[in-house]
Design a protein around this ligand. Structure first.
Ligand SMILES: Nc1ncnc2c1ncn2[C@@H]1O[C@H](COP(=O)(O)OP(=O)(O)OP(=O)(O)O)[C@@H](O)[C@H]1O
Ligand SMILES: [Mg+2]
Length: 244
């Protein structure tokens, strides 16, 4: 006698579809909101500048600076979104290479040095495992996003420690800081697109809340993972695992 096919678990499938649809709706709403804020400012200041010119008043160069700042914000947001969709869809192929971890880490730190110096942040690096086979551009992005966050969200004169080690069958990157930490109830959602703890503050610093979701997707493409451990008032550690 033929055994009947196993019935799919319809309630689970329906729940998953509903969740996906809900996420799509939220995503469109978030993107629209993030685009509207800088565009509204660009429109408002451009209208004021035009009015000043028409009325024979000298235009205020500060307004042009605000327009430029918001244009840069829009461009950064769109670049992050395009990047995220390229990584996520797999359209952007990985180009793995044997990387010297000290070299690539120092290279990223060099790019961020002006921000670190402005906040008198100390950055320590320890490399216990010299090499990793990974996509250099994507690994740079992971390092940049994590170190940039640590500089941005920690007070002046904080210390960041970047540590590379080999544990079991993984090459492990830790980016640790002694900043404000993140309460446990927020940790779950940290890697979601557009998720920010303090929306106002983060936006002021130019953040869109896409950095950690880009890190998550890059790690997934490398068949690895990213996790976070944090204690309020003690600091935060992001842990990336690249399987051998
Ligand atoms: N090291 C950290 N210490 C404290 N809070 C952090 C740290 N890293 C990230 N966060 C919190 O997690 C949120 C999400 O970070 P994420 O990098 O995804 O976005 P962002 O920095 O706000 O914007 P973007 O990276 O797109 O410029 C931040 O807004 C911040 O509130
Ligand atoms: Mg960030």
């Amino acid at each position: 006698m033929k055994t009947p096919p196993v019935a799919p678990d319809y309630p689970d499938v329906i729940a998953a579809l509903k969740k996906a649809e809900q996420m799509r709706i939220e995503f469109v709403a978030n993107v629209s909101h993030e685009l509207r804020t800088p565009l509204t400012s660009i429109k408002g200041y451009t209208e004021t500048l035009l009015q000043d010119l028409e009325d024979g008043r000298k235009p205020d160069p500060e307004f042009l600076k605000i327009i430029l700042k918001n244009s840069n914000r829009l461009l950064a947001l769109i670049n992050d979104l395009l990047d995220l969709s390229a990584i996520e869809s797999g359209a952007d192929e990985l180009h793995p290479a044997d990387l010297n971890l000290m070299e690539i880490t120092q290279h990223v730190i060099k790019q961020l040095e002006p921000f670190a110096e402005a906040k008198r942040t100390t950055i320590n690096v320890s490399v216990d495992t010299p090499k990793l086979n990974a996509d250099p551009k994507r690994l740079e992005q992971v390092l940049t996003n994590l170190i940039d966050n640590a500089i941005k969200y920690c007070p002046n004169q904080s210390t960041i420690t970047i540590q590379w080690s080999h544990e079991q069958n993984d090459t492990v990157l830790r980016v640790m800081d002694n900043g404000p930490g993140i309460a446990e109830k927020f940790l779950d959602r940290l890697f979601e697109r557009f998720y920010r703890l303090d929306k106002g503050r983060s936006r002021e610093m130019g953040g869109t809340g896409l950095g950690l979701s880009i890190v998550k997707h890059i790690m997934q493409r490398h068949e690895g993972s990213v996790t976070v451990e944090s204690d309020v008032g003690v600091g935060t550690t992001f842990i990336c695992r690249f399987p051998d």
